[in-house]
Design a protein around this ligand. Structure first.
Ligand SMILES: Cc1ncc(C[n+]2csc(CCOP(=O)(O)OP(=O)(O)O)c2C)c(N)n1
Ligand code: SF4
Ligand SMILES: [Mg+2]
Length: 353
């Protein structure tokens, strides 16, 4: 008897899957894809930020019929894509300072609206502001909170690689505990980044009550595309934080960017969810639960936790953070979020001696 042929790809959401119904295909599977961020830029091989930005901005272009203007904070994304006088962007794109991206986005949104009103034009360009975690969670945080509070019509995308990569891997308020960076060395009682510090900007964004907040990773690019598309269906302030592993800063093999992002998601290290007007509306469930050790083992920034001299208590502490995320966000099975999820930092702070 002949073996049954299984077209495994037919029902999968594999990026580039041309066997799917056209309406369900990734924009990258289409010959008409906008190619907003074109090849030839100078990102490192395997850069998660380049991958995330390409998918996010192409999805926004599709959702708005190409009516997008982008403001970009200083950081790797700006430096590798736009070494003056060249640029790999193929859409209207403005370089801002490191800390004022959200403010420039707010100004552009107001200008676009007024210009359209004056001209009787109904086709108002939509604005996206984007930057790294340092530019977003630290230096640009004030303008970002202002943009949220005024409900300015801007989608802000933070590409979170958990440190200031462009200037040599310094710690940001998105750097997770125990990670080695240039400014959190392996010294003292608790080597690497401090415990009980940092902040969750997605949860802070939710507390502003803005129309849309989401997290995503480059391990699920269809999910990222869907979230950007959903974000563009709202007016007002919106925020998406995308986990984008950085081979250089995390000490990864350049072909493991997606694998490590998946481990972050499947261990509960980086909870993936979306929220509307301050309430969680969906959670991307863990499909194949992984221990946090899988995530740690792939990265040299965590080599001190996986070698012979590793302290198992530190790994257990990181596992406890993941378990707290799993519980708080309801990441497993039919579990519901546990009331208003709290940041993992709250767990650590409340357990401090
Ligand atoms: C006011 C100011 N301070 C410092 C810098 C130097 N600087 C440029 S990019 C950067 C780090 C960017 O980190 P992040 O926002 O996380 O983006 P990444 O490079 O990691 O993608 C720093 C510190 C600057 N350009 N402006
Ligand atoms: S340092 Fe990291 S974020 Fe910057 S271009 Fe290289 S891989 Fe991308
Ligand atoms: Mg960064």
């Amino acid at each position: 008897m002949l073996d049954k042929i299984n077209f495994y790809q037919t029902g999968s959401n594999t990026v580039g899957n041309r066997l799917l119904n056209p309406a369900m295909r990734s924009i990258q599977a289409s010959v008409d894809r906008p190619n907003s961020l074109i090849s030839g830029h100078r990102a490192c091989q395997g850069c998660g930020e380049a991958l995330g930005a390409r998918y996010a901005i192409d999805a926004a272009m599709r959702a708005t019929n190409g009516q997008i203007m982008v403001v970009n904070a200083t950081g790797c994304l700006e430096v590798f894509s736009t070494p003056y006088p060249e640029s790999a962007w193929r859409l209207p794109w403005v370089h801002s300072l490191f800390g004022n991206t959200a403010a420039v986005g707010s100004g552009l949104a107001a200008a676009a609206k007024i210009r359209a009103m004056k001209n009787g034009d109904t086709n108002v360009p939509r604005i996206i502001a984007q930057g790294g975690d340092g530019g977003t969670t630290d230096i640009g945080f004030g303008p970002l909170s202002g943009m949220f509070e005024r409900n300015d019509d801007v989608l802000y995308i933070c590409y979170d690689n958990e440190a200031y990569m462009n200037t040599g891997v310094q710690r940001s308020s998105a750097t997770p505990p125990a990670a080695r960076t240039a400014t959190t060395q392996l010294v003292g009682e608790h080597p690497g980044a401090d415990w009980g510090r940092g902040k969750s900007v997605p949860l802070i964004a939710m507390a502003h009550g803005i129309p849309y907040v989401a997290t995503a990773t480059v391990a699920d690019l269809r999910d990222l595309e869907a979230k950007v598309t959903r974000a563009m269906s709202f007016h007002g302030a919106r925020y998406i934080q995308v986990l984008v592993p950085c081979p250089l800063g995390w000490g990864l093999k350049s072909n493991s960017t997606v694998t490590v992002a998946r481990a972050a998601m499947e261990s509960g290290f980086f909870p993936v969810f979306e929220a509307e007007y301050g309430k969680i509306t969906s959670v991307r469930k863990i499909r194949q639960k992984q221990p946090v050790l899988n995530f740690l083992k792939m990265q040299r920034r965590y080599a001190h936790l996986t070698g012979k001299k590793a302290d198992p208590n530190v790994v257990a502490r990181l596992q406890a953070l993941c378990d707290t995320n799993i519980k708080n966000f309801g990441l497993l099975g039919d579990d519901e979020p546990n009331g208003v999820p709290t940041a993992i930092q709250a767990y650590e702070r409340s357990n401090r001696v």
